[in-house]
Design a protein around this ligand. Sequence first.
Ligand SMILES: [Zn+2]
Length: 138
Amino acid sequence: MSQDSQKLFAQFPKLFDLQGQNPVSAYGIEIFETSKGWTNLVFELCGELQEYVNLSGCRQVKILTLKSKFASLRCYLGNFPSEVGYAGDIQNIINKYVELSFKTCESCGTSDPKAKVTQNKTNWILTLCESCRKPSKT
Ligand SMILES: [Zn+2]
């Protein structure tokens, strides 16, 4: 399991506490393997979700998966609230980070407009800045 996964589980135990039933807590967070540049986004997303639960009285949501799909950050939750108000707020938090992920390089983490972060149209779609997208010199 990666150090970032261990750090995330230690920092947000309630989000990942599934009594051993969650493969994420056993194997780590996939996003840290595939999209190192989104590490800060993941920590901020988890922080915002947990803070919302703490302050709102919403039931404790659980994170099942964090991964990169079609060039954006995906977060799948368990124990999702059934109340429309809570559900909408939680969805808005997640959507905010999906939007941010489209502008943040998966490799180096830059979101500087000058770095020209874009998505490719073919193959495995990645969100990368101009300099990370250049083929490596070998
Ligand atoms: Zn980059």
